[in-house]
Design a protein around this ligand. Structure first.
Ligand SMILES: CN1c2c(nc(N)[nH]c2=O)NC[C@@H]1CNc1ccc(C(=O)N[C@@H](CCC(=O)N[C@@H](CCC(=O)N[C@@H](CCC(=O)O)C(=O)O)C(=O)O)C(=O)O)cc1
Ligand code: HCS
Ligand code: ZN
Length: 796
């Protein structure tokens, strides 16, 4: 019998106590040195590798990054976009310039990694891109890894050439690019030969995509070139989904030592994963190790009733006891929190459907499944039918009246009844800076140092500050600023029954920014209103319309850890029904503009095209179920960001929102042009500036953007229906960045309004005054929080 190994293909890189966040932010703030940053990063990495060794993992993937693993590959390949060259930057400063931007050189585009809530930095390539590899950071990490866990266990990992070519921005032939990149990867493999590694992991999640079969020839030629370097066994790692059948046929023929596959796919997806079926049907080569990803890498549920072992047993039955196999997680563990034992005793949900497991606990599951498999003989393990295994939960049909999914009147009829705007109405996306003072208040409340009442008073004061600032800036549609929300999804998770919330369950979202996803543990319901108090408070301070602010059902689901026993659709509809009650309550409280954010709508799109339509069907239905309860007079806004929405324009339109605000500025108006090209019919607010950069955008730059919107053909250039807003919320920024940026944004809108007025071209119905709420919402301004951060010292 072949030995059963254990392997890891990625681990949290943030440290058990968010050490990397602190180290990075200290370095960026200038309060620590390069050496201190490098030392902190090395310590976090070594801790993670030692944790894996201590758990008994045989082959430890040497995960670790200062910001993002895709950027690491781009950077080490020397594929530096031209705008960063000649700035006099090198090393980590050049690396961080690509990640975060510097004056005159905006950052690389940030996008979701496949269907996860992790953001990578997109390589920018052209047909002529010439790699100039320098793999020193990876080789240095390998040296440290070998010192930490020994040569026989330390496995270097890198994002592979096919995935890099697929994730890159630019107009070029992907197959040709794979061929162009191959020699640079071959150079890495040659350097690894000297260093005595057991293997190298080349991560190729792009092989899960529909269309990857067309890259089959490029894949084969490239991996033949890599294998020809000789000496270093290659483990091709695929994660996030199964691979298309044709791709599977290419994949298993590659001249590599191991292929790692994801047997579980997306938690709660009704289509499950076809990986087991592919193996049942086509087998797997005996001369390669099968990396069996049978422990869920991106869910937090513990393996239940030995499900992983049954899958392993079925694989052995199909492939034979001499099949080399390693037990591992289905994806990198970077998508789950570090260690469940950090949670305070007694805080775990009382009756979860099954126990929880974070990254450290998953290591133990991998090892115990491997040990149980090795110790068993055929017949010991309960049978499982490989040919029909998908891991999908049983679908429950939702019994809802069709009328609940449609607004009472179509857009053309209801729009004139809603708030009327001046040309180019200005607004923001919802959040304002989460200042240290706000975080201190929240901490004080959590630790019991201040009462709930005091905490609410302090948040109310912040809301007052936000309203005062927006009035002073002259924005048309205001927001309350979301100070009470540590995170938009976490906030709703805390308010909804059926969700469990962790204290330390941080997961990296991008760079030094982390989130704590709620855990959906049961049926969702809303015990009481969640946002009405803050909305009413803010609206009470101004005569301008204040947007009600909700996170949509698909985004709450996507950014939570969902159940695995119930389909995603069922969970989305439960969330939608709870949010629908909130929409009704906000409307009853006088709210006339109500934003329901769905930034993760695109993220949830299955990686296979044939699964798009069913997903988009229920995802759009969940949004409509949430919002359709609103009367025609209530303007429903939605907001989408940080994804490529081109391929879901039909679904965006089907959401039937009255206003769509969409991130646009980092990607050269791609979204705007796509919407214009598709004849998108309802109001649009394309982002005019990037909120992830500390750079204050000049008036003229934003004015030029607005002019380009008007000329793009979008809405026939109707300026009253083209809104002006930043790309996304401002919570990560400081007041001293936000105020000048918004001041410039308002000035830019005013400039273009004046141009339109001078040219007589302003849209019909446009009026240079402030927006008016349609129904009597005029209230006394400035009752609370008159202090305006424009006139007082902003908080650091
Ligand atoms: C819009 N985005 C979001 C995504 N996913 C979400 N779940 N939420 C999102 O908003 N995905 C796509 C994008 C990703 N964007 C971001 C943007 C910003 C962040 C971010 O800033 N994260 C914060 C964490 C915020 C938070 O919850 N803070 C807590 C404080 C927790 C804490 O550290 N407390 C300290 C003491 C307080 C202190 O001294 O500061 C303690 O307990 O010791 C809070 O506000 O209460 C981050 O800093 O990383 C994430 C994704
Ligand atoms: N309303 C949220 C949306 C983020 S996608 C915010 O402004 O932060
Ligand atoms: Zn956003």
């Amino acid at each position: 019998m072949a030995p059963v190994l254990t392997s890891t293909i990625g681990f949290p890189r943030i440290g058990p106590n968010r050490e990397m966040k602190k180290a990075l932010e200290a370095y960026w703030a200038g309060s620590s040195s390069k050496e201190e940053l490098a030392a902190a990063s090395a310590a976090v990495e070594a801790r993670a590798w030692r944790d894996q060794a201590a758990a008994g993992i045989d082959l430890i993937g040497l995960d670790g990054t200062l910001y993002d693993q895709v950027l690491d590959a781009t950077f080490q390949l020397g594929l530096i976009p031209e705008r960063f060259q000649g700035l006099g930057l090198s090393g980590v400063d050049l690396y961080f310039a690509l990640a975060r931007g510097v004056e005159g050189a905006p950052a690389c585009d940030m996008s979701k990694l496949f269907d996860t809530n992790y953001h990578f930095l997109a390589p920018e390539l052209t047909a002529d891109s010439e790699p100039r590899p320098d793999w020193s950071p990876l080789l240095d990490r390998l040296k440290r890894g070998q010192e930490a866990v020994g040569r026989e266990r330390a496995v270097p990992m890198v994002v592979g050439p096919v995935t890099l070519a697929c994730l890159a921005r630019g107009d070029f032939d992907r197959s040709a690019m794979v061929a162009r990149l191959a020699p640079a990867y071959a150079a890495l493999l040659r350097q690894l030969v000297q260093r005595g590694v057991p293997e190298v992991q080349i991560h190729e999640p792009a092989l899960t995509l529909t269309g990857s079969e067309a890259l089959g020839v490029a894949l084969s030629v490239c991996y033949a070139e890599l294998a020809a370097t000789g000496g270093v066994p290659i483990n091709v790692v695929v994660m996030f989904d199964d691979v298309p059948e044709e791709t599977y046929k290419w994949l298993v023929q590659l001249p590599v030592a191991a292929i790692s596959l994801d047997f579980l796919g997306v938690p709660g997806a009704d289509y499950g994963s076809r990986t087991a079926q592919l193996i049942a049907q086509h087998g797997f080569p005996k001369n390669k190790r099968l990396g069996a990803g049978v422990i869920d890498g991106r869910g937090i549920w513990a393996d239940k009733d030995g499900a992983a072992l049954r899958l392993l047993g079925a694989l052995r039955d199909r492939l034979g006891a001499d099949q080399p196999i390693s037990v591992q997680t289905s994806t990198s563990l970077q998508h789950v929190p570090y260690d469940l034992t950090a949670e305070p005793a007694g805080s775990l949900p009382q009756a979860p459907p099954r126990p929880l497991a974070f990254a450290v606990q998953k290591l133990a599951e991998v090892v115990s499944a491997a040990q149980a498999l090795a110790a068993s003989t055929p017949g010991d393990i309960p049978a499982l039918d490989l040919a029909s295994f998908t891991g999908a939960p049983a679908a429950k049909a939702a019994q809802l009246d069709a009328g609940m999914f449609s607004r009472p009147e179509p857009y053309e009829q209801r729009r004139p009844k809603q708030v009327q705007y001046p040309a180019l109405p200005t607004t923001t996306i919802g959040s304002f800076p989460q200042t240290p003072a706000i975080r201190r208040s929240r901490l004080a409340f959590k630790r019991g140092r201040i009462s709930r009442e005091e905490y609410r008073e302090q948040m109310a004061a912040q809301i007052g500050v936000c309203i005062g600032a927006q009035e002073a800036l002259g924005l048309d549609v205001l927001v309350h600023g979301e100070p009470e929300r540590s995170d938009m999804v976490e906030y709703f998770g805390l308010k909804l029954d059926g969700c469990y919330f962790t204290e330390h369950g941080w997961v990296q979202s991008y760079g030094s920014r982390y989130v704590r996803p709620p855990v959906i543990v049961g049926d969702i319901s809303r015990p009481e209103p969640m946002t009405v108090h803050e909305y009413a408070l803010a609206q009470g301070l101004t005569s301008k319309p204040v947007k009600g602010m909700l996170t949509g059902p698909v985004t709450i689901l996507q950014w939570s850890f969902p159940r695995r026993d119930v389909t995603r659709q069922e969970q989305a509809f439960q969330l939608a029904l709870a949010l629908r009650q909130e929409v009704a309550d906000l409307a009853a409280a006088g709210c006339r503009v109500l934003q329901v954010d769905e930034p993760a709508l695109r993220e949830g799109l299955p990686l296979k095209k044939d699964r798009h339509a069913p997903y988009l069907g229920w995802a759009v239905d969940a949004f409509r179920l949430t919002t359709a309860v609103a009367a025609p007079e209530v303007q429903i806004v939605t907001h989408l960001c940080y994804s490529d929405f081109n391929d879901i324009l039909g679904a965006i339109s089907a959401m039937d929102a009255d206003v769509l605000t969409i991130e646009n500025s980092r990607s050269d108006d791609v979204m705007l042009l796509a919407l214009a090209g598709a004849g998108y019919p309802r109001d649009v607010g394309p982002g005019v500036y990037d909120v992830h950069s500390p750079v204050v955008p000049p008036v003229e730059v934003m004015a030029a953007k607005i002019r380009s919107f008007l000329k793009s053909g979008l809405l026939g250039g109707d300026a009253a229906r083209i809104h002006v807003n930043p790309d996304c919320g401002l919570k990560t920024r400081k007041w001293e960045e936000v105020l000048p940026s918004l001041r410039n944004m308002v000035k830019a809108a005013a400039l273009v309004r004046a141009e339109l007025a001078a040219g007589g071209g302003a849209a019909a119905g446009a009026d240079a005054g402030a927006a008016q709420p349609a129904a009597g919402a005029a209230r006394e301004a400035g009752q609370r929080g008159g202090a305006c951060p424009c006139c007082t010292a902003p908080e650091a």
